[in-house]
Design a protein around this ligand. Sequence first.
Ligand SMILES: NC(=O)c1ccc[n+]([C@@H]2O[C@H](COP(=O)([O-])OP(=O)(O)OC[C@H]3O[C@@H](n4cnc5c(N)ncnc54)[C@H](O)[C@@H]3O)[C@@H](O)[C@H]2O)c1
Ligand SMILES: [Mg+2]
Length: 341
Amino acid sequence: MAMLYQAVYRRASFLWCRLHSTYVRKMRYLFELKEDDGLCRQAQNSGTFYLFHNLFPFLQKVGSKHLAPQISASELKRILKKFKQNKQKLEDSVLIGCSDECMAYFALDLGSLEKMDIESELKGSFTELWKAFFQLDGKDASLLSLAQALLRWHDTHKYCSKTGQPTQKNLAGSKRVCHTNGIIYYPQMSPVVITLVSDGSRCLLARQASFPQGMYSALAGFCDVGETLEETVRREVAEEVGLEVKSMWYSASQHWPFPNSSLMIACHATVWPQQNEIRVNKLELEAATWFSLEEVVEALRREPRPLKQEDGRFSLWLPPKWAIAHQLIQEWVKQQSNMPA
Ligand SMILES: NC(=O)c1ccc[n+]([C@@H]2O[C@H](COP(=O)([O-])OP(=O)(O)OC[C@H]3O[C@@H](n4cnc5c(N)ncnc54)[C@H](O)[C@@H]3O)[C@@H](O)[C@H]2O)c1
Ligand SMILES: [Mg+2]
Protein backbone atom coordinates (compact mmCIF):
# COMPACT_ATOMS: atom_id res chain seq x y z
CA MET A 1 0.00 0.00 0.00
CA ALA A 2 2.81 2.37 0.99
CA MET A 3 4.62 1.63 -2.28
CA LEU A 4 1.46 2.28 -4.30
CA TYR A 5 0.98 5.56 -2.46
CA GLN A 6 4.59 6.57 -3.18
CA ALA A 7 4.24 5.68 -6.88
CA VAL A 8 1.01 7.72 -7.18
CA TYR A 9 2.61 10.58 -5.27
CA ARG A 10 5.68 10.59 -7.56
CA ARG A 11 3.53 10.49 -10.69
CA ALA A 12 1.44 13.39 -9.37
CA SER A 13 4.62 15.32 -8.47
CA PHE A 14 6.03 14.64 -11.93
CA LEU A 15 2.88 15.95 -13.67
CA TRP A 16 2.69 18.90 -11.28
CA CYS A 17 6.35 19.70 -11.99
CA ARG A 18 5.82 19.75 -15.75
CA LEU A 19 3.26 22.52 -15.34
CA HIS A 20 5.48 24.86 -13.36
CA SER A 21 8.50 27.08 -13.89
CA THR A 22 12.00 25.63 -13.72
CA TYR A 23 12.72 27.45 -10.47
CA VAL A 24 9.53 26.29 -8.72
CA ARG A 25 10.10 22.75 -10.02
CA LYS A 26 13.64 22.67 -8.66
CA MET A 27 12.65 24.03 -5.25
CA ARG A 28 9.78 21.53 -4.92
CA TYR A 29 12.06 18.68 -5.94
CA LEU A 30 14.76 19.65 -3.43
CA PHE A 31 12.11 19.95 -0.72
CA GLU A 32 10.91 16.42 -1.47
CA LEU A 33 14.45 15.05 -1.37
CA LYS A 34 14.93 16.55 2.08
CA GLU A 35 11.66 15.09 3.35
CA ASP A 36 11.76 11.65 1.72
CA ASP A 37 14.80 9.38 2.36
CA GLY A 38 13.57 6.85 -0.25
CA LEU A 39 13.42 9.47 -2.99
CA CYS A 40 16.78 10.88 -1.90
CA ARG A 41 18.36 7.40 -2.07
CA GLN A 42 17.14 7.09 -5.68
CA ALA A 43 18.56 10.53 -6.46
CA GLN A 44 21.92 9.53 -4.98
CA ASN A 45 22.06 6.64 -7.40
CA SER A 46 21.51 8.84 -10.44
CA GLY A 47 22.92 12.20 -9.32
CA THR A 48 26.37 13.76 -9.47
CA PHE A 49 28.91 14.30 -6.71
CA TYR A 50 31.38 16.98 -5.66
CA LEU A 51 34.17 15.28 -3.77
CA PHE A 52 36.04 16.47 -0.68
CA HIS A 53 38.89 15.11 1.41
CA ASN A 54 38.86 16.29 5.02
CA LEU A 55 36.90 19.34 3.76
CA PHE A 56 39.33 20.16 0.92
CA PRO A 57 37.31 20.19 -2.36
CA PHE A 58 38.50 18.13 -5.32
CA LEU A 59 39.50 20.46 -8.16
CA GLN A 60 40.97 20.17 -11.61
CA LYS A 61 43.16 22.89 -13.05
CA VAL A 62 42.39 24.09 -16.57
CA GLY A 63 44.85 26.85 -17.54
CA SER A 64 44.86 29.37 -14.68
CA LYS A 65 41.33 28.39 -13.58
CA HIS A 66 40.19 25.79 -11.10
CA LEU A 67 37.08 23.74 -11.92
CA ALA A 68 35.08 21.59 -9.53
CA PRO A 69 34.23 18.45 -11.55
CA GLN A 70 30.92 16.66 -11.01
CA ILE A 71 31.49 12.92 -10.67
CA SER A 72 28.60 10.71 -11.79
CA ALA A 73 27.13 8.17 -9.35
CA SER A 74 28.32 5.29 -11.55
CA GLU A 75 31.88 6.66 -11.72
CA LEU A 76 31.87 7.19 -7.96
CA LYS A 77 30.67 3.62 -7.35
CA ARG A 78 33.51 2.39 -9.57
CA ILE A 79 36.04 4.38 -7.53
CA LEU A 80 34.60 3.18 -4.22
CA LYS A 81 34.81 -0.41 -5.44
CA LYS A 82 38.39 0.07 -6.60
CA PHE A 83 39.35 1.39 -3.15
CA LYS A 84 37.47 -1.44 -1.42
CA GLN A 85 34.72 0.79 -0.05
CA ASN A 86 31.07 -0.22 0.27
CA LYS A 87 28.76 1.66 -2.13
CA GLN A 88 26.66 2.45 0.99
CA LYS A 89 29.21 5.26 1.45
CA LEU A 90 27.13 7.27 -1.03
CA GLU A 91 24.65 7.71 1.81
CA ASP A 92 27.18 9.76 3.77
CA SER A 93 26.77 12.49 1.15
CA VAL A 94 24.78 15.69 1.57
CA LEU A 95 22.40 17.28 -0.91
CA ILE A 96 23.61 20.65 -2.22
CA GLY A 97 21.34 21.43 -5.18
CA CYS A 98 20.05 20.20 -8.52
CA SER A 99 20.23 21.03 -12.21
CA ASP A 100 17.37 22.59 -14.22
CA GLU A 101 16.49 19.03 -15.24
CA CYS A 102 16.22 18.02 -11.55
CA MET A 103 19.40 15.99 -11.45
CA ALA A 104 20.53 16.15 -7.82
CA TYR A 105 23.98 17.37 -6.76
CA PHE A 106 25.60 15.88 -3.67
CA ALA A 107 28.86 16.42 -1.80
CA LEU A 108 30.80 13.55 -0.27
CA ASP A 109 33.90 13.62 1.91
CA LEU A 110 36.33 10.78 1.16
CA GLY A 111 38.60 11.63 4.10
CA SER A 112 38.81 7.95 5.09
CA LEU A 113 40.60 7.08 1.81
CA GLU A 114 44.20 7.75 0.82
CA LYS A 115 44.22 11.28 -0.64
CA MET A 116 46.94 10.75 -3.23
CA ASP A 117 45.33 7.59 -4.60
CA ILE A 118 42.09 9.40 -5.41
CA GLU A 119 43.98 12.39 -6.82
CA SER A 120 45.91 10.23 -9.27
CA GLU A 121 42.78 8.20 -10.16
CA LEU A 122 40.74 11.35 -10.93
CA LYS A 123 43.57 13.57 -12.19
CA GLY A 124 43.17 16.57 -9.95
CA SER A 125 43.87 17.63 -6.40
CA PHE A 126 42.16 18.32 -3.10
CA THR A 127 42.81 22.01 -2.52
CA GLU A 128 42.17 24.29 0.44
CA LEU A 129 38.94 26.10 -0.37
CA TRP A 130 40.15 29.63 0.40
CA LYS A 131 43.21 29.12 -1.82
CA ALA A 132 41.03 28.10 -4.75
CA PHE A 133 38.42 30.81 -4.16
CA PHE A 134 40.13 33.36 -6.36
CA GLN A 135 40.28 30.99 -9.34
CA LEU A 136 36.78 29.49 -9.14
CA ASP A 137 33.78 30.88 -10.99
CA GLY A 138 30.78 32.10 -8.96
CA LYS A 139 28.62 28.99 -9.46
CA ASP A 140 31.32 26.53 -8.38
CA ALA A 141 32.39 28.78 -5.52
CA SER A 142 28.90 29.02 -4.04
CA LEU A 143 28.19 25.29 -4.41
CA LEU A 144 31.51 24.38 -2.80
CA SER A 145 30.91 26.91 0.00
CA LEU A 146 27.57 25.35 0.81
CA ALA A 147 28.99 21.84 0.50
CA GLN A 148 31.95 22.49 2.77
CA ALA A 149 29.79 24.23 5.38
CA LEU A 150 27.28 21.34 5.45
CA LEU A 151 29.97 18.62 5.55
CA ARG A 152 31.74 20.46 8.37
CA TRP A 153 28.52 20.83 10.34
CA HIS A 154 27.76 17.08 10.08
CA ASP A 155 31.32 16.21 11.05
CA THR A 156 31.05 18.30 14.23
CA HIS A 157 27.49 17.34 15.23
CA LYS A 158 27.71 13.57 15.42
CA TYR A 159 26.51 13.54 19.04
CA CYS A 160 23.52 15.01 20.82
CA SER A 161 24.63 17.85 23.10
CA LYS A 162 21.91 16.91 25.64
CA THR A 163 22.16 13.09 25.85
CA GLY A 164 25.66 12.49 24.44
CA GLN A 165 24.15 9.78 22.19
CA PRO A 166 25.01 9.55 18.45
CA THR A 167 22.78 11.60 16.14
CA GLN A 168 21.71 10.32 12.73
CA LYS A 169 21.55 12.40 9.57
CA ASN A 170 18.62 12.16 7.18
CA LEU A 171 19.67 11.06 3.68
CA ALA A 172 19.78 14.59 2.26
CA GLY A 173 21.76 15.88 5.24
CA SER A 174 19.33 18.72 5.98
CA LYS A 175 19.09 17.67 9.66
CA ARG A 176 20.32 15.22 12.32
CA VAL A 177 18.14 13.50 14.87
CA CYS A 178 18.88 12.15 18.35
CA HIS A 179 16.63 9.11 18.48
CA THR A 180 16.93 8.83 22.27
CA ASN A 181 14.91 11.96 22.90
CA GLY A 182 13.74 13.07 19.44
CA ILE A 183 15.74 16.31 19.36
CA ILE A 184 16.24 17.51 15.77
CA TYR A 185 19.39 19.49 14.96
CA TYR A 186 19.48 21.72 11.87
CA PRO A 187 22.65 23.10 10.23
CA GLN A 188 23.62 26.42 11.79
CA MET A 189 24.78 29.71 10.31
CA SER A 190 26.18 32.72 12.13
CA PRO A 191 24.96 36.13 10.98
CA VAL A 192 27.80 38.50 10.07
CA VAL A 193 27.42 42.08 8.91
CA ILE A 194 29.81 43.41 6.31
CA THR A 195 29.80 47.17 5.94
CA LEU A 196 31.33 49.48 3.38
CA VAL A 197 31.80 52.82 5.12
CA SER A 198 31.98 56.04 3.12
CA ASP A 199 32.66 59.63 4.18
CA GLY A 200 30.96 61.00 1.09
CA SER A 201 33.95 60.96 -1.26
CA ARG A 202 36.14 58.05 -0.09
CA CYS A 203 35.48 54.52 1.14
CA LEU A 204 37.04 52.75 4.07
CA LEU A 205 38.75 49.42 3.46
CA ALA A 206 40.59 47.32 6.03
CA ARG A 207 42.77 44.25 6.27
CA GLN A 208 43.49 41.60 8.88
CA ALA A 209 47.05 40.30 9.27
CA SER A 210 45.84 36.93 7.92
CA PHE A 211 44.74 38.41 4.54
CA PRO A 212 47.06 37.90 1.53
CA GLN A 213 49.47 40.84 1.08
CA GLY A 214 47.83 43.96 -0.37
CA MET A 215 44.24 42.68 -0.12
CA TYR A 216 41.73 44.96 1.58
CA SER A 217 38.03 44.39 2.21
CA ALA A 218 35.01 46.00 3.86
CA LEU A 219 34.60 45.82 7.66
CA ALA A 220 33.01 42.59 8.88
CA GLY A 221 31.82 41.37 12.25
CA PHE A 222 29.65 38.68 13.87
CA CYS A 223 26.30 39.69 15.33
CA ASP A 224 26.18 39.38 19.11
CA VAL A 225 23.21 37.68 20.75
CA GLY A 226 20.39 40.16 21.23
CA GLU A 227 21.59 42.65 18.60
CA THR A 228 19.72 43.97 15.56
CA LEU A 229 21.68 44.21 12.32
CA GLU A 230 21.74 48.00 12.66
CA GLU A 231 23.25 47.70 16.14
CA THR A 232 25.93 45.31 14.87
CA VAL A 233 26.87 47.71 12.06
CA ARG A 234 27.21 50.62 14.50
CA ARG A 235 29.13 48.55 17.08
CA GLU A 236 31.54 46.95 14.59
CA VAL A 237 32.39 50.27 12.93
CA ALA A 238 32.96 51.84 16.35
CA GLU A 239 34.97 48.83 17.64
CA GLU A 240 37.19 48.31 14.63
CA VAL A 241 37.90 51.84 13.33
CA GLY A 242 36.60 54.18 16.07
CA LEU A 243 33.97 55.90 13.90
CA GLU A 244 30.30 56.73 14.53
CA VAL A 245 27.86 55.67 11.80
CA LYS A 246 25.56 58.43 10.52
CA SER A 247 23.33 56.40 8.18
CA MET A 248 23.20 52.89 6.75
CA TRP A 249 21.24 50.82 4.27
CA TYR A 250 21.01 47.16 3.37
CA SER A 251 22.38 45.93 0.06
CA ALA A 252 22.38 42.11 -0.24
CA SER A 253 23.39 38.88 1.50
CA GLN A 254 25.56 35.85 0.80
CA HIS A 255 26.45 32.53 2.39
CA TRP A 256 30.12 32.33 3.36
CA PRO A 257 31.85 29.12 4.50
CA PHE A 258 34.48 30.72 6.78
CA PRO A 259 35.24 30.26 9.62
CA ASN A 260 32.30 27.80 9.81
CA SER A 261 29.12 28.88 8.09
CA SER A 262 28.18 32.53 8.01
CA LEU A 263 25.34 34.53 6.52
CA MET A 264 27.04 37.69 5.29
CA ILE A 265 24.60 40.63 5.44
CA ALA A 266 26.01 43.46 3.38
CA CYS A 267 25.32 47.13 4.16
CA HIS A 268 26.54 50.55 3.13
CA ALA A 269 27.15 53.13 5.85
CA THR A 270 28.17 56.76 5.97
CA VAL A 271 30.04 58.71 8.63
CA TRP A 272 30.19 62.49 9.15
CA PRO A 273 32.91 63.94 6.87
CA GLN A 274 34.09 66.14 9.80
CA GLN A 275 34.50 63.07 12.06
CA ASN A 276 36.32 60.66 9.80
CA GLU A 277 39.63 60.13 11.56
CA ILE A 278 40.32 56.39 11.69
CA ARG A 279 41.54 54.84 14.94
CA VAL A 280 42.38 51.22 14.08
CA ASN A 281 41.72 48.54 16.67
CA LYS A 282 44.99 46.63 16.36
CA LEU A 283 43.54 43.58 18.13
CA GLU A 284 41.17 43.11 15.18
CA LEU A 285 42.81 44.74 12.17
CA GLU A 286 46.29 45.23 10.75
CA ALA A 287 45.29 48.38 8.87
CA ALA A 288 42.31 50.46 7.77
CA THR A 289 42.49 53.33 5.28
CA TRP A 290 40.30 55.72 3.29
CA PHE A 291 40.60 55.08 -0.46
CA SER A 292 39.63 57.51 -3.22
CA LEU A 293 37.32 56.58 -6.10
CA GLU A 294 40.31 56.52 -8.50
CA GLU A 295 42.30 54.14 -6.27
CA VAL A 296 39.33 51.79 -5.93
CA VAL A 297 38.53 51.84 -9.66
CA GLU A 298 42.16 50.99 -10.42
CA ALA A 299 42.15 48.14 -7.86
CA LEU A 300 38.97 46.70 -9.39
CA ARG A 301 40.82 46.42 -12.71
CA ARG A 302 43.71 44.49 -11.12
CA GLU A 303 44.05 40.71 -11.01
CA PRO A 304 42.99 39.50 -7.55
CA ARG A 305 46.47 38.48 -6.32
CA PRO A 306 49.45 40.04 -4.50
CA LEU A 307 51.46 42.42 -6.69
CA LYS A 308 54.70 43.87 -5.28
CA GLN A 309 55.55 47.42 -6.38
CA GLU A 310 59.03 48.83 -6.95
CA ASP A 311 59.02 50.44 -3.48
CA GLY A 312 58.44 46.98 -1.94
CA ARG A 313 54.83 47.69 -0.97
CA PHE A 314 51.91 45.69 -2.33
CA SER A 315 49.30 47.22 -4.65
CA LEU A 316 45.74 47.42 -3.39
CA TRP A 317 43.60 44.50 -4.62
CA LEU A 318 40.12 43.38 -3.68
CA PRO A 319 38.13 40.20 -2.89
CA PRO A 320 36.99 38.06 -5.87
CA LYS A 321 34.09 39.23 -8.05
CA TRP A 322 31.43 36.98 -6.55
CA ALA A 323 32.35 37.85 -2.91
CA ILE A 324 29.81 40.20 -1.40
CA ALA A 325 32.57 42.62 -0.36
CA HIS A 326 33.41 43.05 -4.06
CA GLN A 327 29.76 43.70 -4.88
CA LEU A 328 29.53 46.39 -2.16
CA ILE A 329 32.62 48.09 -3.57
CA GLN A 330 31.21 47.96 -7.12
CA GLU A 331 27.95 49.51 -5.87
CA TRP A 332 29.83 52.30 -4.12
CA VAL A 333 31.81 53.06 -7.30
CA LYS A 334 28.56 53.23 -9.25
CA GLN A 335 26.95 55.55 -6.66
CA GLN A 336 30.00 57.84 -6.70
CA SER A 337 30.07 57.94 -10.49
CA ASN A 338 26.38 58.98 -10.53
CA MET A 339 26.87 61.75 -7.94
CA PRO A 340 26.80 65.33 -9.21
CA ALA A 341 30.36 66.79 -9.29
N1 LIG B 1 32.22 37.37 1.78
C1 LIG B 1 33.00 38.44 1.92
O1 LIG B 1 33.10 39.25 1.00
C2 LIG B 1 33.75 38.66 3.22
C3 LIG B 1 34.57 39.80 3.36
C4 LIG B 1 35.19 40.04 4.59
C5 LIG B 1 35.03 39.15 5.66
N2 LIG B 1 34.26 38.03 5.47
C6 LIG B 1 34.08 37.06 6.58
O2 LIG B 1 33.44 37.68 7.69
C7 LIG B 1 33.70 36.89 8.83
C8 LIG B 1 33.70 37.72 10.08
O3 LIG B 1 34.65 38.78 10.00
P1 LIG B 1 35.64 39.06 11.22
O4 LIG B 1 36.58 37.91 11.41
O5 LIG B 1 36.23 40.41 10.97
O6 LIG B 1 34.62 39.10 12.47
P2 LIG B 1 34.75 39.89 13.87
O7 LIG B 1 35.19 41.29 13.63
O8 LIG B 1 33.46 39.68 14.61
O9 LIG B 1 35.95 39.20 14.62
C9 LIG B 1 36.11 37.82 14.73
C10 LIG B 1 36.06 37.40 16.21
O10 LIG B 1 34.71 37.43 16.64
C11 LIG B 1 34.49 36.41 17.64
N3 LIG B 1 33.24 35.71 17.30
C12 LIG B 1 32.01 36.07 17.75
N4 LIG B 1 31.05 35.26 17.27
C13 LIG B 1 31.67 34.34 16.50
C14 LIG B 1 31.20 33.22 15.72
N5 LIG B 1 29.90 32.91 15.65
N6 LIG B 1 32.10 32.53 15.00
C15 LIG B 1 33.41 32.84 15.04
N7 LIG B 1 33.91 33.87 15.76
C16 LIG B 1 33.06 34.63 16.50
C17 LIG B 1 35.76 35.56 17.67
O11 LIG B 1 36.49 35.95 18.81
C18 LIG B 1 36.50 35.95 16.41
O12 LIG B 1 37.90 35.90 16.57
C19 LIG B 1 35.03 36.18 8.56
O13 LIG B 1 34.81 34.81 8.68
C20 LIG B 1 35.38 36.54 7.13
O14 LIG B 1 35.80 35.40 6.38
C21 LIG B 1 33.62 37.78 4.28
MG1 LIG C 1 35.99 42.23 11.89
